[in-house]
Design a protein around this ligand. Structure first.
Ligand SMILES: C[S@@+](CC[C@H](N)C(=O)[O-])C[C@H]1O[C@@H](n2cnc3c(N)ncnc32)[C@H](O)[C@@H]1O
Length: 381
């Protein structure tokens, strides 16, 4: 028997649930308070900083199950989880599957001490990274450390959740130690050239050890991960177009495609291929293109298909159409292709009611102020 009761108090309430003989108690914090506990992120396009505004627009909608189809850092999934919804997370990149698995878990897969013990046992060695990435993203010592991490991960028998957690922590550290937090340029020299004035980045952060950043990321996770009444579901990474229908609400936050295709070259693949390689370390070596300056390997077709002007609009509209029996919430920006007027027209042709919200936003790496848009379509009955 499932028992659920909620007792209101001034700032939080308590919910109990469980079957005979067992009962778990969850403190229900206000969602806006929970948002401030979500981990910080340096992922391109993350909605982390817009969550309060997104929440303000969706809090009044009635729904239980929700699909976050382009989940990325999982920040919007965390918002839905804090709203006590049944969340399904999905992203096109394998390393983000680790991110979803870790952040949306009901509890952290390893204790802080176990994590410290694991990383204390990393012994630097030669492997895929030190052989292929010399002078590209990290200094030699750090490449050997990353190979040592991957070797230890292979040698240990870990659960899926434990492996995802350890890789998640390393991804966060890798991002913090990179100029611009990206892997689209072979620009280690920006980090190693001393005595030059820089208008970006933080040399202190780059030089801190992997272990330092790993424990910092772990501590942030401890604040964010809480058991909620409903466990989240993580889909295998793949093409959002292939996800079956049937959710009350579908949240779509696709890559944004600029009006000129030459500026679309730095897509999610170019920005994060190194983390994707770490996620599939054992078959990475054979895939790396030695002629590529950043040692990329070939992206999955669905990442390229959603990154260029070519068929983006048709794919986006087909995805919205596929889920037209659900409430569809689309995050979008101004000055992208297709323009907002076309998206509005399309929503109005498919849904009974449409609302559009907008907020000004500036991206960390750009001085341009853009407007973030939220389209909400309510299905015809
Ligand atoms: C704008 S970001 C989403 C950000 C996310 N809402 C957040 O707050 O972190 C777009 C995401 O789409 C993913 N992606 C690109 N093509 C995809 C596809 N065909 N299917 C699923 N995900 C895809 C990228 O890996 C990226 O994480």
């Amino acid at each position: 028997m499932r028992l659920q009761s909620a007792v209101k108090s001034s700032s939080a309430s308590i919910a109990m649930e469980g079957s005979e003989g067992t009962s778990k108690i969850h403190v229900i914090h206000p969602v806006t308070k929970l948002i401030s506990t979500f981990p910080s992120t340096r992922y391109y396009g993350s909605k982390r900083k817009l969550l309060r505004s997104i929440y303000a627009h969706i809090r009044g909608i009635q729904f239980n199950s929700v699909l976050d189809a382009f989940g990325g850092t999982g920040s919007v999934s965390l918002l839905f989880k804090a709203m006590r919804k049944a969340v399904t997370y999905h992203d096109g990149l394998l390393f983000n599957e680790d991110v979803g698995r870790t952040l949306l878990a009901d509890e952290i897969a390893l204790s802080r001490t176990a994590v410290q013990d694991f990383f204390a046992n990393v012994s630097p060695c030669t492997g895929v990274i030190s052989r292929n990435f010399e002078g590209i993203f990290y200094p030699a010592m750090e490449n050997h450390w990353l190979d040592g991490f991957a070797k230890l991960l292979n040698d240990r028998s870990l659960t899926v959740g434990q492996g995802a957690l350890l890789r998640y922590l390393v991804y966060q550290a890798c991002l913090k130690k990179r100029p611009f937090n990206l892997f689209h340029r072979a620009n280690l020299h920006l980090r190693t050239n001393t005595g030059i004035a820089r208008s970006f980045g933080n040399a202190v952060t780059w030089e801190r050890s992997f272990e330092h950043h790993i424990l910092q990321a772990y501590d942030e996770l401890q604040h964010a991960i809480k058991p909620f009444a409903l466990s989240s579901h993580i889909l295998p990474s793949g093409n959002a177009e292939d996800i079956p229908t049937g959710y009350d609400l579908v949240y779509i936050d696709p890559p944004y495609v600029g009006l000129q295709d030459r500026y679309n070259r730095d897509d999610y693949w170019r920005r994060y291929h190194f983390l994707e390689g770490l996620a599939r370390y054992n078959d990475w070596d054979a895939r790396i293109d030695a002629r590529s300056k950043t040692r990329e390997f070939a992206p999955p077709s669905w990442i390229s298909a959603w990154a260029r002007l070519g068929s983006f609009k048709e794919r986006l509209f087909a995805l919205i159409d596929k889920h037209r029996s659900s409430i569809v919430v689309l995050s979008y920006v101004t000055n992208a292709h297709p323009p907002e007027a076309e998206i509005k027209e399309y929503f109005e042709s498919k849904f009974a009611n449409v609302s559009i919200h907008s907020a000004e936003y500036s991206h960390a790496l750009s001085k341009l102020r853009k407007r973030e848009l939220l389209f909400i379509g309510y299905p015809r009955t």
